[in-house]
Design a protein around this ligand. Structure first.
Ligand SMILES: [Zn+2]
Length: 167
């Protein structure tokens, strides 16, 4: 406690340092908030942003997968298991349900998630997918867990790299 109050009084004696720290904090907060924006609040279209994320994935994961999938957009579709997207290996196609993906963050997570399924498909043809779903359910299917983990790991860097498109 002592150290913190000493630190605060030290910073207060240096106005430029205080202003600098506040500016960094504001910049950080604004940057964090931008990914929560919906596509009605930004100029970039959801479809164009999705294509940019896909290109980002193709470059980032080129060692794992060098055959960029195409994206098909659905404006209004009821989906199984509350899902935001799907990957279809036979056509190498990512399907995006735009009624579910309303924010910058949603599209970023969904494209990286579906790209993970493309990588999985290249590795083993997703051959155990249906068996795992029967055995563990959709949420606990190891392919789904891996796809969610990849999105969680890479979304922050993707959002940062592409933030010129929406910030
Ligand atoms: Zn999935």
């Amino acid at each position: 406690m002592q150290a913190i109050s000493e630190l605060i009084s030290y910073v207060m004696q240096k106005p430029l340092l205080a202003i600098g720290l506040i500016a960094i904090l504001l910049f950080w907060l604004l940057e964090e908030d931008a990914s929560a924006l919906t596509f009605s609040q930004v100029t970039v279209r959801a479809e164009d942003y999705a294509q940019s994320v896909l290109l980002w994935c193709a470059l980032t994961f080129k060692e794992e997968y060098n055959n960029k999938p195409s994206i098909v957009f659905y404006k209004n579709r009821k989906t199984k298991d509350n899902r935001y997207g799907e990957y279809h290996g036979s056509t190498n196609e990512i399907r995006i349900f735009l009624n579910k993906n309303t924010t910058i963050q949603d599209i970023t997570d969904t494209i990286i998630h579906e790209f993970a399924h493309a990588i999985q498909h290249a590795k083993d043809g997703l051959k155990n997918y249906d068996r795992y779903t029967r055995q563990y359910g959709y949420q606990k299917n190891p392919y789904e867990k891996e796809a969610r983990a990849l999105a969680e790991k890479y979304a922050p860097k993707c959002l940062k790299d592409l933030n010129y498109l929406y910030a």
